[in-house]
Design a protein around this ligand. Structure first.
Ligand SMILES: Cc1cc2nc3c(=O)[nH]c(=O)nc-3n(C[C@H](O)[C@H](O)[C@H](O)COP(=O)(O)OP(=O)(O)OC[C@H]3O[C@@H](n4cnc5c(N)ncnc54)[C@H](O)[C@@H]3O)c2cc1C
Length: 245
């Protein structure tokens, strides 16, 4: 995705159009990934929020004004995850440093290990043979966006089904996402890997994918019985809520 110019006017237009859907419709529909060109149940505002073209305070105020605190609760909670991740990372710069140095090591391993290089390339090219995963890889590269649930499934399959190093997956996201954000992306991947909520990885489930992709996929795969990755940087809190999405 090369020819995308973010503007405040476009962010404001998307915000205004999404306000009627920030209430119960969001809470009921946000988990379903309808695929490229059909992400109507979520706002797709993240590239604008990431660049400060649309502010968190403004989207929260709009949701509360239109729907009230009860019906807007889910949308407001999701916006607040962004601030939570930013604050958590700012207080722990060693987590970002550890990610960067670990990524350098993983990239060096790619040079040495031909099989790993082939497997990572297949995953990034959407050539694994697992339909849903391959479709998300293509959507990410072509559009610069993935639904939140797809990000969780993709990261989980990358780590636990394909057995690939998590930082290489995080780097693939970071390079292609229009909303690529050091805190939300790195901590999202760490959360899936079981590094953020200690010992609690996120297992992608084939039935869950079938249910929440609106009939687009009926995958069959098994997670490898691999232990969660290890990381030298500080782990997250032991008792965070298990659903961060
Ligand atoms: C592995 C992984 C990597 C991710 N990488 C990024 C990233 O690089 N940049 C990024 O902005 N988000 C990231 N997220 C969080 C989330 O997937 C996106 O913010 C969301 O999908 C953006 O789509 P939207 O604007 O349609 O969201 P909506 O559902 O419309 O939510 C409104 C806004 O709230 C914020 N938000 C929503 N959900 C989350 C969440 N779970 N965590 C943090 N903020 C959230 C975003 O700013 C979003 O624009 C990641 C999640 C995972 C699991």
């Amino acid at each position: 995705m090369t020819d995308w110019t973010p503007t405040r006017a476009e962010g404001e237009r998307i915000l205004q159009a999404f306000i009627p859907r920030m209430g119960r419709r969001y809470a009921g529909g946000r988990n379903t990934d309808h695929g490229p060109g059909a992400h109507k149940a979520v706002s797709v505002l993240s590239p604008y929020i990431r660049r400060r073209l649309v502010l968190e305070a403004d989207v929260v105020a709009a949701a509360l004004a239109a729907h009230g605190p009860e019906d807007a609760e889910k949308f407001v909670q999701e916006v607040i995850w962004r601030g939570y991740f930013k604050g958590w990372m700012e207080r722990r710069p060693q987590v970002w440093q550890s990610y960067r140095s670990g990524l350098e090591g993983d990239l060096a391993a790619l040079d040495r290990d031909r099989r790993l290089r082939r497997d990572v390339q297949r995953a990034m090219d959407g050539q694994t043979g697992l339909d849903c995963f391959d479709a998300w890889a293509a959507e990410l590269v072509e559009t610069g966006y993935l639904h939140n649930h797809a990000r969780m499934w993709f990261a989980s399959i990358w780590i636990f089904t394909l057995g690939l190093p998590w930082r290489l997956g995080a780097d693939f996201f970071y390079r292609h996402l229009l909303d690529g954000d050091a805190a939300s992306n790195t901590l999202g991947w760490r959360w899936v890997a079981g590094l953020h909520t200690r010992g609690k990885p996120y297992p992608a489930d084939a039935q869950n994918i079938a249910t929440f992709t609106a009939g687009r996929f009926t995958p069959r795969f098994a997670a490898r019985p691999a232990p969660p990755p290890r990381d030298r940087a500080e782990a997250g809190p032991p008792d965070r809520a298990s659903d961060h999405g």
